[in-house]
Structure formats: C-alpha cells, structure tokens
Write a protein that binds this ligand. Structure first.
Ligand code: GRG
Length: 290
C-alpha cells in the first residue's frame, strides 16, 4: 500500500528484513513530505508519488547490516534524508536540463514551471535538513561536505575548467555529482548502525564506486536507448554540450567516426537533426564498449 519497492536477496531473512525496513522508509518519506499546506504537498510529493527505484535508501539499509544495530530508527531516518536530498537534485536537474519527463511522468518544471521546480527542490532540502538535525552534528557536518561536493560536480560539469584530460574531468564530475551521495548512503547507514570504522569507510568507498558505475550506465542509456526508461529523449547531454564517457570514447583518434565527430562536437548541439546524426555516428563508433 505504501508503494515501497520489493527486492529479493539470496537470504530470505535478509529479504524480509530489508523489505520491512523499506516500508518504514516509505512511510517516513511520506510523513515527512506530507507536512504543509495541500498545494505545497502536491508539488513536493510529485516525484515521490511518481515512483523511482529508491536505490540510495536501500543501500543505506544494506550498509547498516554491517553494524550492531542494523535497520535502527536512525538508519531509517538517514536513508530518508539521502532519498529526499536525491529528490531535491532531481527537481533542480530537470530545470537545468529543461527535461520534460522524470520517473515516467512530466517533470515538475513541465507540469508547473521552472520557479516552482526550483522552490520545490529548496523545500525538499529544508525537509532533509530538519530530519538530518535529529541525527546529530556529525551527520550534519558529513552532509554539508557531501552536498557541497555534489553541487560542485554539477558546477564542474557546467562551467568547470577543461584543461585536464577529458576522461579525468568526466571522472571527477561523476564522482562528485553522483558518487558522493551514494557513498554517503553507505557511510550513514553503517555509521548509524554502529559499524566498525573500517567497515564504515569500506562501505563509503564501495558506494562511491557503485555511484560512478551507476552514472556511466545512465550516460550510456542517454546515448544508446531508443527512449529512456523514464520517458526522456536520448541525447540530452549532447544538446547541452556535455560529453559523457561513450562520446569521449568515440572521439578518440582510432575510432572510424572520431574525425567527423571532432568536427561536429565543438559545443552544444542546436537542432534535432544534428543530434540524431551524432547519435547515429556514436552507434557506429563502438562506443557501447566504453
Ligand atoms: C541545490 C538541490 C540542489 C541541486 C543542485 C542539480 C544538482 C545540483 C545536481 C544534480 C546531480 C544529479 C541529478 C546527478 C544524477 C544522478 C542520477 C544518476 C540520477 C538518477 O538516479 P536514479 O536512477 O533515479 O536512482 P530514481 O528516479 O530511480 O531515483
């Protein structure tokens, strides 16, 4: 009834525990975001109601299994803080990308307008901050750093210096904009379960790596899918002049389409015809192997 996604692991007891805890995550998420006047709640709950994988809170719960108090109340709160922060970034990201779809429904900027979507992201951050304050100053300090890095990643992608190696630039961007929040899920889940410092650290590092893989897959989908699972049109990054790993791979000297791509890809792509042509070249480039 809560819409919480169900998962299955090899161990049936773990499956039951995690699914029960995900129901608690969903309940707290709904309770937290449902406070306020009706007109606000509709906007703030828009993407939560639309679905989403809840990958980050799930990872926080799993990380907590390494501690003495797995799935404790504070672990649930930390998982919800991470999901709400993620939601805030989705609202803002869709404004920046002028995206019309998210989680299979119209994005908030399409359904309302840019101002509403930006403000909704801000309210979500206010909710995340309130909930986070219940978890103590260490968590707040950790989160301030995490969130700063996340926004830096988005900023680096948009206006960051380009004098480093392009792959290094891309790696820095995805580590920051996607890796750190998933790392934080692992860190906070393990920390609030009372895990040993070396386990907390390992789960943070594992989360960072998983987050980067997650973003690379997302970027490959943006280039090579017919239509995005979320209903987004492929080629969003190209339209913005953001060159992700499959593009950087195809641009190399030794790919058959590298020279032509280098001529075309000098900045954001203006029209659909050029975007489609580039997508076609990329599909011939072996970029899927990137
Ligand atoms: C100040 C709130 C605020 C944000 C500014 C916009 C921004 C900084 C950062 C954007 C970072 C971003 C959107 C990274 C992409 C992360 C990503 C892979 C999103 C998709 O995640 P999924 O697949 O989505 O987990 P669901 O819908 O399943 O939750």
């Amino acid at each position: 009834t809560t819409g919480a996604s169900q998962v299955e692991f090899g161990d049936p007891e773990l499956t039951a525990r995690i699914n029960d805890a995900m129901v608690q995550v969903e309940e707290l998420l709904h309770t937290e975001l449902s406070s306020g006047e009706d007109f606000l709640v509709d906007i703030v709950m828009h993407l939560t109601r639309a679905g989403g994988k809840r990958f980050r809170p799930m990872f926080a719960l799993l990380a907590s299994e390494f501690g003495e108090k797995p799935l404790s109340e504070n672990v649930i709160k930390a998982a919800v803080v991470v999901e709400i922060t993620h939601l805030a970034t989705l609202y803002h990201d869709d404004v920046m990308d002028e995206a019309s779809m998210r989680r299979g429904v119209p994005s908030a900027n399409a359904r309302w307008d840019n101002s509403v979507a930006i403000l909704a992201g801000d309210i979500l951050l206010a909710h995340a901050s309130g909930l986070m304050s219940l978890l103590g100053t260490d968590t707040v300090a950790h989160f301030a750093e995490t969130f700063g890095e996340l926004v830096t990643g988005q900023m680096r992608e948009t206006v960051g210096p380009r004098d480093t190696d392009p792959i290094e630039h891309y790696t820095n961007v995805i580590r920051e904009k996607t890796g750190v929040l998933i790392a934080s899920a692992g860190y906070l889940g393990a920390m609030h379960a009372g895990a040993a410092p070396e386990h907390i650290d390992a789960l943070k590092n594992f989360g960072a790596a998983v987050g980067m893989i997650f973003q690379i897959v997302d970027d490959i989908i943006d280039i090579f899918s017919e239509t995005h699972e979320s209903g987004k049109t492929p080629g969003t990054d190209l339209r913005e002049g953001v060159f992700t790993l499959p593009v950087l791979y195809a641009l190399r000297e030794d790919t058959p389409v590298g020279a032509e791509l280098r001529d075309i890809l000098t900045g954001p792509l203006e029209d659909d015809e050029t975007v489609n042509h580039v997508l076609e070249l990329l599909s011939q480039s072996g970029g899927r192997q990137a």
